[in-house]
Design a binder for this molecule. Sequence first.
Ligand SMILES: NC(=O)C1=CN([C@@H]2O[C@H](COP(=O)(O)OP(=O)(O)OC[C@H]3O[C@@H](n4cnc5c(N)ncnc54)[C@H](O)[C@@H]3O)[C@@H](O)[C@H]2O)C=CC1
Ligand SMILES: O=C(O)[C@H]1O[C@H](OP(=O)(O)OP(=O)(O)OC[C@H]2O[C@@H](n3ccc(=O)[nH]c3=O)[C@H](O)[C@@H]2O)[C@H](O)[C@@H](O)[C@@H]1O
Length: 446
Amino acid sequence: MKLAVIGTGYVGLVSGVCFALKDNKVICVDLAEEKIKKLKQAESPIYEPGIEELIEQNLQEQRLEFTSDLEDAVRRSDIVILAVGTPSLPNGEANLQYIEQAAAEVGAAMNGYKIIMTKSTVPVGTNEKIREVVARHTRHAFDIVSAPEFLREGSAISDTLHPDRIIIGIDNPALRETMVELHQDFTDNIYVTDIRSAEMIKYASNAFLATKISFINEIANICEKVGADVTNVAVGMGMDKRIGSSFLQAGIGYGGSCFPKDTNALIQIAGNVDYEFKLLKSVVEVNADQRYMMISKLRESLGQLNGIHVGVWGLSFKPNTDDIREAPSLEIVETLVKEGAFVKVHDPIAMDKFREQFNHEFIQWCSTPEEAALGSDAVCLLTDWDHYKQVDLRMLGSVLRKPILIDGRNVFTEQQIAESGLEYYSVGRPRMSGLNGLSPSVAGAV
Ligand SMILES: NC(=O)C1=CN([C@@H]2O[C@H](COP(=O)(O)OP(=O)(O)OC[C@H]3O[C@@H](n4cnc5c(N)ncnc54)[C@H](O)[C@@H]3O)[C@@H](O)[C@H]2O)C=CC1
Ligand SMILES: O=C(O)[C@H]1O[C@H](OP(=O)(O)OP(=O)(O)OC[C@H]2O[C@@H](n3ccc(=O)[nH]c3=O)[C@H](O)[C@@H]2O)[C@H](O)[C@@H](O)[C@@H]1O
């Protein structure tokens, strides 16, 4: 099939590349000329493992094009995919300015019947607005489809090629066959429903996953007070198939461009129809508090923050991405420097993006985790990159001024800590100290 993808960000680029791999002719469009220039050279403007190889392969096999000429791309396509951003407005509602603008441009460019498929995350009822906007700009016939995206950054390609399910919202039954044909190369698990339900499935799914994270974080906070270990609790809970083991990793809370934005948008969607989504409001509140746990643990271990030196490991909101949108690191590093701490940061990929958004004379940019630790009073791990799991903790103790490791993602094992000589603070696990020795863990399936 011939596809135009409007918006070549995390979603548009990955979708475009994966549709091209499945033998569709894809034209990816973006108004950012510098992105298009890079992409034409098979250079990705985002860090996503494996993406550049696939762009190159698709370009060579002439299934994929990049352009900033939206009109030409729309005219040469049968299906137009909207994948532009829907960021938060100050009140939490989704900002629909970009999607409405894109819809208007698509309408004005149309030269015949098109299917317009929305992949951006949009509040319930938005596809009806998109229909109105397109209709105002064209006299040609068209159909609207809601096809929300569920990929995760860092594993976006495999999530797209092997999704758990694909959701398609339509109001014209005649579209079912084309939509199934387009998507069945990825999975047979395709659920076709009405447009409003498809739009709601996206928000409900993200809100549910965010709820699981805030739930386990609250359990972690209680575990600390009652002497249980949240990592063991999560394993035991996850063995129940009704609960499932994913998204039960306690830590400093969720970040990223989606959970924070989409939970707030759903609260607003509910509020607009006079429904107070109390549970989701608490999920957001718990998440906001959770990142400050890092600061309280530093205070607990060092007394005061003014004048201390802190090594920070990890800036991106999760591993395997350069994305720092709503990353806990932003608030944590900013609080540290405001309190007068000197911060030595390291991230394998996201340092440039972080520096563009937040820079300060008290921040030192380090090229290795060891450099960030050297001479620091404590190290705080904020992102669970594999790089940090591989650091020799015995060496860490020898380069730190005080042997304190605060692990915001619970990545280290009891064994590693026992051998490390470090004073170890984590999220929802008993305080451990390699100096005093540990009693051996009894946890494990029989
Ligand atoms: N990032 C993620 O992991 C996921 C994002 N989503 C949703 O997908 C949507 C897109 O998200 P991202 O890809 O992260 O956004 P992004 O900000 O990375 O990319 C959006 C792109 O659209 C371009 N754009 C904006 N208006 C345009 C126009 N009129 N014509 C051409 N290009 C235009 C921008 O220049 C930008 O490159 C959002 O609604 C988001 O909630 C859904 C699932 C996963
Ligand atoms: O709508 C979106 O944009 C996407 O949002 C999330 O994907 P993403 O934000 O890329 O990454 P996740 O792996 O979900 O992680 C989100 C945040 O939750 C945190 N997290 C995740 C899992 C967990 O158990 N604990 C936890 O704290 C991560 O550290 C990260 O900060 C969803 O998982 C995707 O299905 C969805 O498409």
